[in-house]
Design a binder for this molecule. Structure first.
Ligand SMILES: *[C@@H]1O[C@H](CO)[C@@H](O)[C@H](O)[C@H]1NC(C)=O
Length: 413
């Protein structure tokens, strides 16, 4: 190596080590620095041709995990009995693989998007168990080695905690749930197996029923590794971080991990800046709960932008539920979530430790700066531009200005 190349290489090392002290500029990078495995998003096949959208979703600085919104569901993958189709599911799996993103595979057994040959077939207990097992075995085998986790059974409970009545429950009884987990584990012993549901994000009849389901599955002798907390919330009605965190702890006490799997926070249309500000706080409550919970592994939003949200077509008059707007530009919720993740990373209180998130553990002070070099240069959009202990540049690139999020973190936007 020539001397000048050696100098360049050393400069590169110096630049890298300097960077590692700076706040992360993307959701996934910040989430990982804070101790989570990933920050992710759902997506769908029709969205992958939108280059403005994929430019963001491709970026592992922002998203380290992908969930297929629809096309791994039963009606897509086995539209008629014993006829399997993985073309669309593979497209999303390959998108994640190309980008080096984790894949949450979703889902194997659900009362919606189940094929009509299942829901209006003529079954005996034994024949329906065999059909369910064949479906699970085929699909889990197909995606073996590609999924971080499988949502094995989705939304099997009513809001009052009773079992939802549909074909599998009506014919097989509650045993269909442990039988599904058993079949998935047999097809891929390494993938994490999850039960996923909504309205189980705070203590109540449904959360208790989901905890009982974990015990039932284990008592049956089957394996369950995780609980997916969907977290479809409403602006101003999102539960507090502490109530979400204590509920997460009720699950992890049973020996399972938890993940926030479908986070969005919808508002009444038209979108207003007041609702956007409240929405930012609401998103942070859920992210904080995950950060405070040992064995909460990650947060997935559903989807990351308002353009492809499921909300307006499902909840009349509501929408604008996501981190980015329909022009794929970040909203206040994005900025606040990133700041919350960076603050947790700085405080060293990510979910890899059981310490509660408390900024008072940070000992950095302005007088103990590790570097006496004057800060120079400008900071790009969403970069850090200030905060206690921060020694980097404080001037934002035009047209952005530096805003204080908390005493430890200011950001350009
Ligand atoms: C169906 O068979 C399974 C497996 O043997 C059993 O656990 C379950 O109770 C049966 N369901 C009914 C309704 O008999």
């Amino acid at each position: 190596m020539s001397q000048s190349r050696m100098v360049m290489a050393l400069t590169g090392v110096f630049a890298l080590s300097t960077l590692s002290n700076a706040a992360a500029t993307g959701l996934n990078s910040a989430a990982k620095a804070a101790g989570l495995k990933y920050f992710g998003s759902a997506t769908d096949n029709s969205e992958l041709t939108d280059s403005a959208y994929t430019a963001v979703l491709d970026d592992t600085n922002q998203f380290g995990q992908i969930t297929p919104g629809n096309t791994m569901k039963w009606v897509y993958t086995e539209p008629s009995q014993n006829s399997f189709s993985y073309t669309q599911g593979d497209q999303i799996a390959n998108f994640a693989k190309t980008n080096g993103q984790l894949l949450r595979c979703h889902n194997l057994v659900w009362y919606q998007e189940a094929p009509s040959w299942v829901t209006s077939g003529s079954w005996t207990n034994a024949s329906l168990i065999a059909a369910m097992q064949a479906h699970i075995t085929n699909e889990v085998t197909h995606y073996k080695g590609q999924c971080y986790a499988w949502d094995v059974v989705n939304e099997a409970l009513n809001d009052d905690g009773t079992y939802r009545q549909w074909e599998l429950y009506n014919v097989i009884g509650p045993a269909y749930i442990p039988l599904a987990f058993e079949a998935a584990a047999a097809a891929d012993p390494d993938v994490k197996l999850y039960y996923n549901d909504y309205n189980i994000e705070t203590a109540g009849a449904k959360a208790t029923a989901a905890q009982n389901l974990v015990k039932t599955i284990k008592a049956y002798g089957a394996k369950i590794d995780g609980i997916g907390l969907e977290s479809h919330f409403i602006v101003g009605e999102t539960p507090s971080a502490s109530s979400q965190a204590s509920n997460m702890a009720s699950f992890t006490a049973l020996g399972v991990e938890v993940a926030v799997t479908e986070l969005d926070v919808r508002q009444t249309l038209p979108e207003t800046s007041a609702q956007d500000q409240q929405q930012a706080k609401d998103y942070v409550s859920t992210v904080q709960a995950c950060l405070q919970t040992k064995n909460c592994v990650g947060v997935t939003v559903w989807d990351f932008d308002d353009k492809y949200s499921w909300v307006p077509s499902t909840f009349s008059g509501q929408g604008a539920a996501d981190l980015y707007n329909s022009a794929v530009q970040p909203k206040p919720a994005y900025t606040s979530v990133l700041s919350a993740l960076n603050a947790a990373a700085t405080a060293g209180s990510g979910s890899s430790s059981s310490a509660p998130t408390t900024l008072s553990t940070v000992s950095a002070s302005p007088t103990s700066s590790p570097s006496s070099a004057p800060a120079s240069g400008t900071v790009a959009e969403y970069g850090q531009c200030g905060g206690i202990g921060y020694t980097g540049p404080t001037v934002c690139e035009s047209p952005y200005s530096c805003h204080s999020t908390n005493s430890y973190y200011s950001q350009c936007y």
